[in-house]
Design a binder for this molecule. Structure first.
Ligand code: FAD
Ligand code: NAD
Length: 399
């Protein structure tokens, strides 16, 4: 009898961790496991803002897939998913087609642009190693042009649209990077603008007020400007136009205004909300007993708060454990478990040695929060590849 085929789409937190868990849960004679990913490396999306600002090299953020998975147990296919044909149990890639008995969709997210005119065409977003290399190079080149082209202010103005966690973490890194760039390109620091624009009345809407105030004070002291209650209405080659009519000219615009599930899920004809599938409690696609969804493509409800959990790496990693066990249970006729996220807290970095966080009921600030963030990052690497992975890729200097 042929072995059941398990196909995993996407090698981010949800996908790579599903592969790692399945290779542990199942013997190689029990199933044929295939992982498809665009690149031959896994990247830590949660570090990309550092690569984008140029405070951390992207090689630190990516890990070759053959360093993570056991290639004797998991077939790795480096290719791009083009289409999921749900009724034919078929997935179309750029270079081949794959069939499956069980499917795990873990293709991450796309930027949510809310139909804002010109955003797709004129703003960068922090999505992948390729996208952040471009941002870093673009900022560097804009600063290099400044003294050659009559010192126009817009070349050294960086607009960050959206002050959620991604926006805040990114401006924190920029606040560290800009002084270095100023030294390198002979530009007075006070000429450079880092402007973080937020539609809501406060940055980090919904987060703890005391921690938000700490973040704002810290970042303003380091030269970040915040504009709140000022939605971006339009984006063009020259900059952004706000809902109040104000125009800010900037050579660099980075959109951090939110995410939606990968477009391929919606295009496959699954029912979605902002591109995300409201999965069953056991993480299966409603109506499809053999399809699981993990990470930013999945929507799960926080029943206490009666709203969706914000999509995070923390949840994607935990989902992979449940999916691993549930696929094993399905294959063996066992009972499937319900997924209950164990939210340990939220910690957001504000640059080197600075962060804010809430872990349980405890609020963390400054160096302590920053050390906690590195512990969280190192813990993930440990789950992925044990102590050797932590030593190779970890953030070992906590303070
Ligand atoms: P991803 O990790 O994005 O992985 C998706 C994978 O699919 C990628 O490897 C991609 O290459 C691959 N892929 C996409 N399309 C295709 C295709 N067509 N064909 C083949 N492969 C494809 N969350 C936290 O919990 N803590 C944090 O501190 C945190 N910090 C963040 C910082 C930043 C800057 C950002 C942007 C996000 C942060 N998040 C954080 C959120 C977190 O990164 C996401 O929730 C998490 O990455 C979701 O995991 P995923 O597996 O769904 O997607
Ligand atoms: P988000 O949705 O959390 O934040 C986007 C922000 O952009 C919001 O504050 C929103 O009000 C604002 N915005 C939307 N439209 C706007 C407009 N037209 N003009 C100006 N501002 C506008 O998105 P994100 O920050 O990209 O985060 C995505 C997910 O990743 C979230 O679930 C987040 O919790 C998670 N994340 C977590 C961390 C962490 O835990 N340290 C870090 C980054 C991201």
């Amino acid at each position: 009898m042929s072995k059941p085929k398990i196909l995993i789409l996407g090698g981010g937190y949800g996908g790579i961790m599903s592969a790692v868990r399945l290779q542990k849960e199942l013997g190689s004679d029990e199933a044929e496991i295939t992982l498809v990913n665009k690149h031959n490396y896994h990247y830590q999306t949660t570090w990309l803002h550092e690569n984008a600002a140029g405070t951390l090299h992207h090689d630190k953020t990516r890990i070759m897939i053959d360093n993570i998975i056991d290639m004797n147990k998991v077939n790795f296919v480096q290719d791009t998913v083009k289409e999921i044909k749900k009724d034919e149990k078929l997935v179309i890639l750029d270079n081949q087609e794959l069939t499956y008995d069980y499917l795990i969709i873990a293709l991450g997210s796309d930027p949510e642009t809310f139909g804002i005119q010109g955003l797709k065409e004129n703003a960068f977003s922090i999505r992948s190693i390729n996208s952040v290399r471009k941002i870093r190079e673009h900022i560097d080149y804009s600063f290099a042009r400044y003294n050659n082209e009559g010192q126009p202010d817009e070349l050294i103005t960086i607009v960050v649209g959206g002050a959620g966690f991604t926006g805040i973490e990114f401006v924190g890194e920029l606040a560290d990077r800009v002084p270095e760039l100023c030294r390198e390109y002979d530009i007075p620091r006070e000429k450079v603008r880092i402007v973080n624009i937020e539609a809501a009345p406060t940055v980090l809407p919904g987060f703890d007020e005391e921690l938000v105030e700490y973040a704002i004070n810290n970042l303003e002291r380091r030269g970040v400007e915040f504009l709140v209650s000022t939605p971006i209405k339009e984006c063009n080659e020259d900059g952004v136009i706000l809902a109040n009519g104000e125009e800010i000219k900037a050579a660099t615009i980075v959109w951090t205004g939110g995410v939606r599930g990968n477009h391929l899920v919606e295009e496959a004809g699954f029912e979605t909300m902002r591109g995300r599938v409201k999965v069953d409690k056991d993480l299966r696609m409603p109506g499809f007993d053999y399809i699981f969804v993990a990470g930013d493509c999945a929507l799960i409800i926080d029943e206490e708060a009666n709203r969706p959990y914000p999509p995070t790496a923390q949840i994607a990693i935990q989902q992979a454990y449940t999916i691993g066990r549930n696929i094993k249970a399905l294959m063996n006729g066992g009972k499937l478990e319900e997924f209950k996220p164990d939210i340990k807290g939220t910690v957001a970095s504000l640059g080197k040695g600075e962060a804010i966080g809430k872990v349980g009921n405890k609020k963390l600030f400054g160096a302590t929060a920053s050390a906690m963030k590195k512990v969280i990052d190192n813990r993930y690497l440990f789950l992925l590849g044990g102590v050797p992975m932590v030593i190779k890729k970890g953030k070992l200097k906590l303070f």
